[in-house]
Write a protein that binds this ligand. Structure first.
Ligand SMILES: Cc1ncc(C[n+]2csc(CCOP(=O)(O)OP(=O)(O)O)c2C)c(N)n1
Ligand code: SF4
Length: 200
């Protein structure tokens, strides 16, 4: 259980501040005690969320947060398990885990902080980077169309999947509350600001 929180390190204007706050507000509204909460993250800018919140948390491997969260939920179904990762993690290296979590329908929440790039590694194109956009890895414009995460996860059988913008804090907090209360797997794609790399 983490009680000594590290100094939060994010760029000014990062949407992860808003997602983090909305998650804290949702857990507070539902009165879920810290000893019943587990935040599981992959690796990425977003993934410090598990370090920056009171309670239990694990910063796992890039793309492997969902299997870790699955194990936690199976071992102790009484825990509220929130998995958080980036679009690079959720829709790239970890996509298989996301789709199988949707099929299995275990009751935990996965939040994707979708800033449309690999931010921690300094702004390469991801599976949600729009077509034609210039990034570090696509200097002449992204030649590959983005996938549509909500349709994809819905098609895999997920009965709760929503896309929300980070700056609409009220909707974001309410969506997280509904996702936690949902009886099966719930996925939230958050359109996240990344002023350092997402300049489109
Ligand atoms: C197996 C593995 N592959 C690659 C990396 C390098 N890596 C660390 S973070 C990251 C990208 C993170 O992007 P995203 O998941 O979108 O999160 P963000 O940083 O944008 O929040 C990569 C490729 C790694 N740590 N582990
Ligand atoms: S690089 Fe982007 S995602 Fe990472 S902390 Fe800075 S603004 Fe946030």
């Amino acid at each position: 259980m983490r009680t000594n929180l590290n100094k939060i390190q994010r760029c000014p204007g990062c949407g992860n501040f808003l997602i983090h706050l909305a998650l804290k507000q949702a857990l507070a509204e539902l009165k879920i005690p810290t000893h019943k909460t587990v935040i599981v993250t992959g690796i990425g800018c977003n993934s410090k969320m598990s370090q920056y919140m009171e309670g239990y948390g694990a910063e796992t491997l890039h793309g492997r947060g969902i299997p870790f969260a699955t194990g936690v939920k199976l071992a102790n179904p009484d825990l509220t398990v929130i998995s958080v990762s980036g679009d690079g993690d959720s829709y790239g290296i970890g996509l298989g885990h996301l789709l199988h979590a949707a099929r299995r329908n275990l009751p935990f929440v996965h939040i994707t902080c979708d800033n449309e790039n690999y931010a921690l590694t300094t702004g390469q194109a991801s599976a949600t980077t729009p077509l034609g956009v210039k990034t570090k890895s696509t200097p002449e414009g992204n030649p590959v169309p983005p996938l549509h995460p909500v349709h994809l996860v819905e098609t895999a059988g997920c009965s709760f999947v929503k896309s929300v913008i980070d700056k609409d804090m009220k909707t974001l907090k309410e969506t997280i509350v509904q996702a936690i209360q949902h009886s099966g797997f719930a996925h939230i794609n958050v359109q996240q600001a990344c002023p350092s790399w997402k300049r489109w």
